[in-house]
Write a protein that binds this ligand. Structure first.
Ligand SMILES: CC(=O)N[C@H]1[C@@H](OP(=O)(O)OP(=O)(O)OC[C@H]2O[C@@H](n3ccc(=O)[nH]c3=O)[C@H](O)[C@@H]2O)O[C@H](CO)[C@@H](O)[C@@H]1O
Ligand SMILES: C=C(OP(=O)(O)O)C(=O)O
Length: 434
């Protein structure tokens, strides 16, 4: 198990380029299975989850060639369905969330898919019903083996239909959408997720010959086509990494420019951090954050306490609430952090409390944070990263703290942040991998 030793208290300075988006990568990598022609994807981050997805594709028989450090060409013209029966598939499938998104493409192209319950963060219940109910509505038959947690789905011919999803699941929408693209007739998906990840997947599929309209809304209409062709696709910058860097800059009083952010795709993320008191300027497509000795949390118009909560897109993504929470600990003022979607994502506040933060965990979903206005800095301690975003929030806390911290289990952070220690050290951080 790897750890970071972090010497806190340094101000960072300089430019940083966000990596390509992890959660978009996991979707579009599965979409290469939709055609026998070459698909080139660029701006792929070199992170554990993406590399595991690529390994999964390679093991399925996809030809993979790396043409630049962040660019790969994939050709799924000779898929080995027997791989789905192997131990290697079970192990790899269980280790990442993204593996679930092979279901839609495999079903559409090969009439079947088997897959183990996917991995990803342990942040509460992560049910898969929306995925499989949607695929069943397209005509697939489905079974689940609770002994080995295996899903099995098959269909001779998928048929378009109308469906109203019971929740706007991000990966569920991607799965159903990919199956519907090659179904016979028209599919309407209402209450579809519309995160930039899903929008990018739709744009990529349309370039491959799909006929999807309503992109960016929660009503997708898909006219089925017989086959798709190859394409080239570039990932958006990772909006969660951009939000993490904004929080890092505010918390450590650093002057940082985050380059090429595609600001128009960030939704409420910049505004959320502005309301927590972090100043920023949009300079073209860069976000400049000036060094700030103090920052103050906004209140509502009537003076009541700010509530930072997640919502399906275009609401605030749940993946940034841990960072927002840590930022609030050193602000002037009080905020309620309300994580509506996941019930086990706020427990990491124990570590922040050990560092000296003033937080009341009201229940598994809500924490009240009383900011210290940087008058009492956090103290460095030893802690373990429970999940990817709590891990990065703890790293930000450690970088702002007095003294040295050790963060264990940084494999969680490595799942989604490319060379985070190296990149932050070039800005003046002191992080050592031990
Ligand atoms: C690989 C990937 O892309 N992972 C992301 C994806 O996971 P993933 O696609 O697995 O998450 P889902 O969108 O399916 O759902 C996330 C959680 O929110 C709940 N839920 C969801 C929609 C809804 O309208 N109401 C509701 O309560 C679900 O029951 C579940 O507990 O989306 C999550 C929600 O943005 C993000 O945290 C994950 O980083
Ligand atoms: C929860 C996350 O990822 P995953 O769905 O891969 O566990 C995340 O990216 O914050």
């Amino acid at each position: 198990m790897a750890s970071f030793e972090v010497i806190g208290g340094n101000r960072l300075k300089g430019d940083i380029i966000p990596q390509g988006a992890k959660n978009e990568a996991l979707q579009v990598l599965c979409a290469v299975l939709m055609t026998s022609e070459p698909v080139t994807i660029s701006n792929l981050p070199d992170i554990v989850d993406v590399n595991k997805s690529i390994e999964l594709l390679r093991n399925l028989g996809v030809k993979v060639s790396r043409t630049a450090p962040d660019t790969y060409t994939f050709q799924a013209d000779n898929i080995n369905l027997d791989y789905l029966e192997t131990e290697s598939f079970v192990k790899l499938g269980r280790s990442i969330r993204g593996s679930v998104m092979i279901a839609g493409p495999m079903l559409a192209r090969f009439g079947m898919c088997k897959l183990p319950k996917p991995g990803g963060d342990k942040i509460g219940r992560r049910r898969m019903d929306t995925h499989f109910v949607g695929l069943q509505k397209l005509g697939a038959t489905f079974s689940y083996d609770s002994h080995d947690s295996f899903f099995h789905i098959e269909a001779k011919q998928l048929k378009g239909t109308y469906m109203l999803l019971d929740e706007a699941s991000v990966t569920g929408t991607a799965n159903i959408l990919m199956a519907a693209v090659l179904a016979e007739g028209t599919t309407t998906i209402y209450n579809a997720a519309c995160e930039p990840y899903v929008q990018q997947l739709c744009r990529m599929l349309n370039r491959m010959g799909a006929r999807i309209s309503g992109v960016g809304s929660n009503l997708l209409i898909i006219e089925g086509v017989e086959k798709l062709s190859g394409t080239e696709h570039r990932l958006l910058p990772d909006m969660i990494e951009i939000g993490s860097f904004i929080g890092l800059a505010g918390m450590t009083g650093s002057e940082i420019t985050i380059k090429n952010c595609q600001i128009s795709e960030l939704g409420l993320i910049p505004e959320t951090f502005q309301r927590l008191g972090i100043q920023m300027e949009f300079r073209g497509d860069d976000i400049f954050i000036p060094a700030q000795d103090h920052y103050e949390i906004d209140t509502y118009i009537d003076g009541s306490i700010l509530n930072v909560s997640d919502h399906t897109w275009p609401g605030l993504t749940p993946d940034l609430l841990s960072v927002a929470l840590v930022v609030a600990t050193q602000a002037k003022g009080t905020a309620l952090i309300h994580q509506k979607m996941f019930e086990s994502r706020l427990f990491f506040v124990d570590k922040l409390i050990d560092m000296g933060a003033q937080i009341i965990l009201c229940d598994p979903h809500r924490a009240t944070v009383i900011g210290q206005n940087k008058q009492i800095p956090l103290r460095g301690i030893r802690m373990t990263s429970p999940d990817i975003r709590a891990g990065v929030a703890l790293l930000i806390a450690a970088l702002s703290a007095d003294g040295t911290s050790i963060i264990d289990n940084v494999e969680q952070i490595d799942r989604g942040y490319q060379n985070i220690d190296g990149r932050l050290n070039t800005l003046g951080a002191q992080i050592r991998r031990i």
